[in-house]
Design a protein around this ligand. Structure first.
Ligand SMILES: Cc1ncc(COP(=O)(O)O)c(C=O)c1O
Length: 295
């Protein structure tokens, strides 16, 4: 068994060690995967894009018909307490706060029980950002058919499809599995995917097949600030294979260049197989946004 760190976590109103935290086997998160989660980055102890993460948490809960058990201020207070505890313990400057809410504990029945109290669990871990090597050379990815369910817009804890997809690339020593549904790009197992064509950044439109990453709006703002055209439109497999640049985005990856896809170098000419200029500009802009806006 893996060694579980003895860090502070929050479970249903109590703070305690992650090692000792326990939930009922009848928790609907355990039985059905009936719950949602959020992952909020914190830089130097300050939460990044917290309001946006709270808004998505609310949207996910709404789709599951679970009432939000806490106000934004209460979530903030709990996040801050966990961040401070991990900072004191490990000195980790940059962290990820994980928040999970399940429908709660009930006798097993698919129908949503009426009188049940949601289970709230939170923990904090040191952020493991991409390495300098990955930033410098870019990462390898592979492609696959998107065989997941049709509600990728919900940040559901039912992640089996994403786990299977991610393992395909892990088995090939690649960083992500980039998926296509009916010939069109959706997302990667744990990241959104961006394509650069003739200087413009293209992303798949928001739909029930794609999780609306918090970086969707952030990247739109960054593009506007630094003068890069940003366009959401259906992206065919051929658009991806002929891309000038390919990028991943997520809370941990921020923006990350993909320089090899299914063993073939991404891009053209002198930049073939190398991180490109749009990545470089977005990465710089992202670092400025981190420094400027944190709660
Ligand atoms: C399936 C999936 N898509 C996209 C993302 C990116 O979302 P965000 O930018 O909010 O981290 C994630 C993040 O983990 C994800 O799991």
């Amino acid at each position: 068994m893996q060694d579980i760190p003895d860090t502070l976590c929050y479970l249903n109103g109590e703070y305690g060690s992650l090692r000792d935290a326990k939930v009922s086997v009848l928790d609907r998160g355990f039985i059905f995967g009936d719950g949602i989660y959020e992952v909020v980055p914190a830089y130097a102890g300050k939460l990044f894009r917290f309001d946006e993460h709270m808004a998505r948490l609310n949207r996910s809960l709404g789709k599951l018909r679970i009432a939000n058990p806490h106000s934004s201020e209460e979530w903030l207070e709990r996040c801050r307490k966990l961040i401070a505890a991990l900072t004191a313990r490990s000195g980790a400057a940059d962290q990820l706060v994980y928040i999970q809410i399940t429908r709660g504990v009930a006798v097993r029945d698919h129908v949503m029980p009426a009188d049940v109290r949601p289970t709230v669990f939170m923990m904090c871990s040191p952020m493991k950002p991409p390495t300098a090597e990955q930033r410098h050379h870019g990462v390898a990815c592979m492609t696959a058919r998107d065989f997941r369910w049709e509600r990728g817009d919900i940040k559901s804890i039912s992640l089996l499809g994403n786990v299977l997809a991610r393992q395909m690339s892990a088995d090939h020593n690649a960083t992500e599995t980039i998926m296509f549904r009916n010939g069109f790009l959706t997302e990667a197992a744990a990241s959104n995917v961006w394509v650069v064509h003739e200087g413009a950044l293209l992303g798949p439109p928001k739909s029930e097949h794609v999780l609306e990453g918090i970086r969707y709006e952030l990247i739109r703002e960054l593009c506007e600030d630094i003068g890069i055209a940003y366009n959401l439109r259906p992206i065919a497999e051929s658009d991806v294979s002929s891309a000038d640049e390919l990028l991943l985005s997520s809370a941990t990856k921020e923006v990350l260049p993909v320089t090899s896809l299914d063993g073939q170098p991404v891009g053209h000419g002198a930049l073939r197989g190398k991180p490109g200029p749009i990545y470089a500009r977005l990465f710089q802009a992202y670092q400025r946004a981190k420094a400027a806006q944190a709660l």
